[in-house]
Design a protein around this ligand. Structure first.
Ligand code: NAD
Ligand code: UDP
Length: 310
């Protein structure tokens, strides 16, 4: 059945892939975005579809519309961008959640929150399971994002407990792929662009910190499965690829895949940079019958092709 679906942050990296997939599945899609980090270019190929609408709107202000489902993604996700205006980042997470939860309550529809592995901060439990409460610095330079997202989870749970709103919370781990913002400073886009230009690869710290990278198509599958899951599955559920690499290994892999002449240089590690991160995805396997299908080399090749053509 054709559904009308609202996606906040629909012009962003992940949002644009989600809009495309939901349209392909025969739905009507409305993207709500203020284009802070997203771009019209990301959604330009979708504009020819009469069932797609792009609305310029800031989610810190209420928005009223009739829809069947809401995906709440609006929030800058890269450290450079979310630290650019830290107060605005918290407002987006918290007021955006309140406005969208209010809409879901009024319409009595499902709402999915794009939460994050940053909920776990610099984790003392490895790999991270959903039951872990996290180790977040509440006053550091990453707090505007981490604490904003933690507060959004609280709001989702309280709207569910108090008003019976049908919520779905996923905690997304580092995701990469086409449509990433070339200047947002995230590690995969930085390294690919540097490697393609034969420039120095900027490794922060000694490169021994780890991350687990998920290709965006796998994430979109997980998001759609979560939204379609039975009512009692509310999460939070980790969605990520448990394949863990050091950042140095990532740099070496990208140099190899691009045949680059780039050299690795070491720069200072930003403060509060988590030392390790790896999702435990048993809950997603069990509840959603989901696990990632695309491994690092294959995903990197597709992403490198995208940046080559930019
Ligand atoms: P992105 O920056 O590309 O997308 C965010 C989108 O939200 C952009 O289009 C931006 O313009 C829009 N936006 C920001 N503030 C807004 C506001 N006040 N009103 C309306 N629109 C606003 O980032 P992304 O990587 O696509 O992330 C999407 C969501 O997924 C975010 O909520 C992020 O926290 C979450 N997430 C992403 C990752 C990742 O690795 N990419 C990991 C964990 C969680
Ligand atoms: N990083 C790096 N060089 C870069 C960009 C990032 O070494 O040019 C490191 C960064 O310090 C962190 C990891 O790569 O340890 C992932 O950074 P990103 O900003 O992509 O994501 P997050 O820290 O939010 O997981």
């Amino acid at each position: 059945m054709k559904k009308r679906i609202l996606i906040t942050g629909g012009a962003g990296f992940i949002g644009s892939h989600l809009c495309k997939r939901l349209l392909e599945e025969g739905n009507e899609v409305i993207s709500l975005d203020n284009y802070f980090t997203g771009s019209k270019q990301n959604i330009a190929p979708l504009l020819a579809n009469p069932y797609f609408e792009a609305v310029r709107h800031d989610v810190t202000n209420p928005y009223f519309i009739e829809v069947d489902e809401i995906y709440n993604l609006a929030c800058p996700a890269s450290p450079i961008h979310y630290q650019f205006n830290a107060i605005k980042t918290i407002k987006t997470s918290v007021m955006g959640a309140i406005n969208m939860l209010g809409l879901a309550k009024r319409l009595n529809v499902k709402i999915l929150q794009a939460s994050t592995s940053e909920i776990y901060g610099d984790p003392e439990i490895h790999p991270q399971t959903e039951s872990y409460w996290g180790n977040v610095n509440p006053i550091g330079i990453r707090s505007c994002y981490d604490e904003g997202k933690r507060c959004a989870e609280t709001l989702f749970m309280d709207y569910h407990r108090m008003n019976n709103v049908q919520i779905k919370i996923i905690r997304i781990f580092n995701t990469y792929g086409p449509n990433m913002h070339p200047n947002d400073g995230r590690v995969v886009s930085n390294f690919i662009i540097q490697a393609l230009k034969n420039q120095d690869i900027t490794l922060y710290g000694d490169g021994s910190q780890t991350r687990s990278f998920q290709y965006v198509d796998d994430l979109v599958d997980g998001m759609i499965k979560m939204m379609a899951s039975p009512k009692d599955i509310i999460g939070p559920i980790n969605i990520g690829n448990p394949n863990e690499f050091t950042i140095r290994e990532l740099a070496q892999e990208i140099i190899k895949l691009t045949n680059s002449k780039s050299k690795i240089i070491l720069l200072p590690l930003p403060s509060d940079d988590p030392k390790q991160r790896q999702p435990n995805i048993e809950a997603a396997k069990l509840a959603l019958d989901w696990e990632p299908q695309i491994q690092l080399q294959e995903g990197l090749k597709k992403t490198i092709e995208y940046f080559k053509n930019l």
